[in-house]
Structures are given as C-alpha cells and as structure tokens.
Design a protein around this ligand. Sequence first.
Ligand code: NAD
Length: 345
Amino acid sequence: MFDIIEQAHLAELHFKSDPTSGLKSIIAIHNTKLGPALGGCRCIEYDSDLDAINDVIRLAKGMSYKSALARVPQGGGKAVILKPKGTFNRQSLYNAFGRFVNELGGRYITAIDSGTTLEDLDEVGRVTPHVSGNHSDGLDPSPNTALGVLAGMKAAALQRYGNSKLKGLTVAIQGIGNVGFHLASLLHEEGAKLLVADLDEQKVRQAQNVFHAEPMAPDQFCSAHCHILAPCGLGGVINEDSIQQFNCDIIAGSANNQLATIEMGQRLHDLGILYAPDYVINAGGLIQVSLGMHRASNAEISNKTWGISETLYDIFSRSCVENLPPSTVADMMAEEILYETHGGA
Ligand code: NAD
C-alpha cells in the first residue's frame, strides 16, 4: 500500500470502521498546498478493500489537479464509503461519516458524488460544518459544470476551426443527466445541432421535444458523425474499441476519467482529434462549490467558469508547440503548480 501512496504523492489516508452504523469509509487527502482538500464522497460497492483504496487515491489526486488548473483555493481529497450489503440506515451511516469528516478538523471538505444524495449530505451537515453542496447552501454544481463545458467547447472550436462560435456545429451528447441536460440547453441557445443518446429513453424524448435534438441509440454514440463528441455519462469512453470508431474533430464533455488509459491521450493526438482534458473542462462544479463556500457572487463564479476557456486554450497552444497530447500538457501544468517551488533569493 505504501508504494501506491508514494507513487501518487498522497499526503494522508484515513480509515474508519463503525460497526454500529455499518460505516466502512476511507478518506484520501492528496495535497493541501492551495487550501483545504475538497472532493465528493462516493458510496458504491467495491470488489475488495484494495479496489476502494486505489479508487479513493486516484480520485483525490484528480481533485488536486482539477483545483490547481481551475485556480481555486482548494486542495484535492476524496472519500469513499464501501456500500453496506443489504438494507442499512442511511441516516446513521451518514451521521457516522460526518463524524469521521469532522475528526479531520477541516483539512477535508466533503461533497456529493456517485451514490450519495443531497439528503445524505444534509445528514453529514448535522454533525460537521465541513460539507459543501446540500439543501441548506443551495450549491448544486451541475448547471455550472455544463457552463464550463460550453466554455471549453468554445476554446476547442477556436483552436480547431479558428472560430469559437458553435452555431451550425453538430454536437453529440452521451448522457442527458444533470449536466448533459443543462449542456444541451446551452448548446441549443448557441444554435448547435444536437444528437443525443441516453440509456433512459424518456430523457432522450425530452431532449427531442425541448431542443429538437436528434436521437441516437446508445451504441451509436462513439461512431457519431459530428464536430464535437461530448461524453457526459460514464468514464472510460475513450478506449481501445471506441478509438477506432470516432468520427469527430473534438472530444469535450463532462464525464470524469474519459481516457481508459493514459496512452489514449497520445492516440487521440496522433489521430488529430482534439481532446479537452476532462478534469479541466468539467471544473465548473468545483468552481461553484469552492467559490460559493467563500461567498463569491454569481458574477465572480461565472467569470471564473468562463476562465476554463482560457486555460484550455493555453493547454491546446502548448500541446501544438511541444507536440504533446493536451492530456499530458494538463498534467504537466497542474504538477508545475502543485510541486514546483518558485524560490526567491
Ligand atoms: P447523471 O447520473 O445525472 O447523468 C448521467 C446520464 O448518463 C444518465 O442519464 C445515464 O442514463 C446516462 N448514461 C450512462 N451511461 C450511458 C451510456 N452508456 N450511454 C448513454 N447514456 C448513458 O450524472 P451527471 O451528474 O450529469 O454527471 C455526468 C458525468 O459528469 C459523470 O461522469 C460525472 O462524474 C461528471 N461530472 C459531473 C459533475 C456535476 O456537477 N454533476 C461535475 C463534474 C463531473
């Protein structure tokens, strides 16, 4: 385990077992150079404890990189709850998790993620102030995540076509969920043509009715003939199979961990497909939650979110100059912020 910790440059790893509530949870704090670690709490089933440890460390590291490039005053952290088998009392589980978060004294701030709900975070908030995004603070991150993806698409269009306008471009969206629906709305306003896929047919019908989107079967998404492919469902969309099917110029969507392996970044670069690194383009939710906690105005949050466009444009420019994939350039830029010391005399 210590090898994994050292390779990831992880600062802290905390474990909690609470037999009364059934809580088994791990919190990883990756880096706090820029501020307290902020990151969601996942509650899912894991095949093994080691899978959960690997997941929480990888996700915490991703949050450090995301915060660094979004230039918000947060470090990277993440929590996982190993979902109890069978029925369990959510209230006592999330109260116990809240006490665990509280023991860390604010070095880690938790938020919503896969398998947790705003109601669960309300329970966490009863026992610790170190939580963001529940019913009491009204910091729903999804609409702002969608705005950030729109800003990122504009940067990608400018890089690829010399014009940031999305009007007339065809955008294929996978996943008309919390983010995908808001993104479809923004793109519709911009005058883009929409292709949409979701496992839930009702969501597809809604997008057809509201945004005149053209429906696609879920398995047609990767081969969709379009300008921009926007994965807004699950991770791992860019993999050995799908990379042979892509029929687009740009990949820019909200899903986390889109590259199944790091090498996929190089493969897209070699194919001439412009990839907007996921943790850069989907930082709008983090910006909303972080700045919201610091009582920033809506205008400040919006400005910062539009800044995703500039960050991506810098990444694309450096990618061209150094002939490196944008995913590699983004990692390098985040590591420069997190690890390089600019010592004076
Ligand atoms: P969501 O669960 O509300 O929506 C996901 C949608 O994708 C669902 O409608 C689901 O049916 C659909 N879907 C899943 N697999 C699919 C497939 N194979 N084909 C077609 N549709 C499929 O989730 P969300 O909150 O909108 O988040 C979407 C993605 O963006 C996730 O990867 C999430 O981690 C990431 N993300 C979300 C936020 C946020 O603010 N919500 C912030 C950063 C990143």
